[in-house]
Design a protein. Sequence first.
Length: 310
Amino acid sequence: MPTRNEVLIRSANLLNDFAFKYVFGEDCKEANDALKSLLTVFLERKVNKVVVKNSEIVKDFSKMKSPRLDLLVEFDDRTTVDLEMQLRQTKDNLPIRFSYYLARLHGCQELEGKYYGELKETIVLVFFNVNLIDNHRMCNTFTLRNEEGLSFVEESQDRMKLRTVEMAKLDLNKPLKDMNEKEKMIYYFLNCHKGMDDSKIKVMIESDGVIQMLEKRVETISDDGWKKIIEDFQKLHENEERMELQLEIEEANKQVEEANKQVEVANKQVEQKNQEIKQMIQLMLTNGMSLEFISKSLSKSESEIRDLLR
């Protein structure tokens, strides 16, 4: 029989967005310490105190585009970070989705009776395991800049940032001694389910303080807890796939409806043209022209002309 720890490690998967939010967002010291470590590493700033503003995991899967598994984190200076783990590529455009998250987060600040200069910094920090950005950097920060890279506002005043972490760009074969803190943490995210069976994970658990902190948090979750997280994760993504299929069906129906409208317009144009030809034929007959002459003039058979006149 495997030990509890062996069962636990096989179940642990931080690419699961339910697990990610649970590990870093629960209201407990272990989760808060792990969260501060993650933010310190990937935002490259010292994090002394953070508060998770939405620690409860939303259980309503019926509205795919509602705030759901993001972690809204507020620093002691009231900087707000929207932290997300996006495991899979979806048919819904991810870059547009992330920019929407940033606009929504920045725009929800209460500004009544205040100057715009009092707006606090907002950051969307999103992890995803696909390649979207055409460069070799695993971490990219996006702000408001023009075509030549000139910032719209002074760097110290730039209060909207989108920071992306493309985990798929990590070189998994890179020696552990050559990895920086970001790479080590990403490696842990990608492989923590292997536990001590992975030599790099084993070394990090034994010697790296940050990874030890993450591992300590992961080990607080029971086997039943991991099982429930995985079940909820599957339900969520089944619903996302259902919603995406529904959107595809609705889009297809719109295209069919538009095509039908175009056919209807074309039919009306044909009918109008036929009426014009009919009136012309009637006028030619009134003027004494023969059916044979009209047939040759319009390049239509006499039977086609008779059909038009009915």
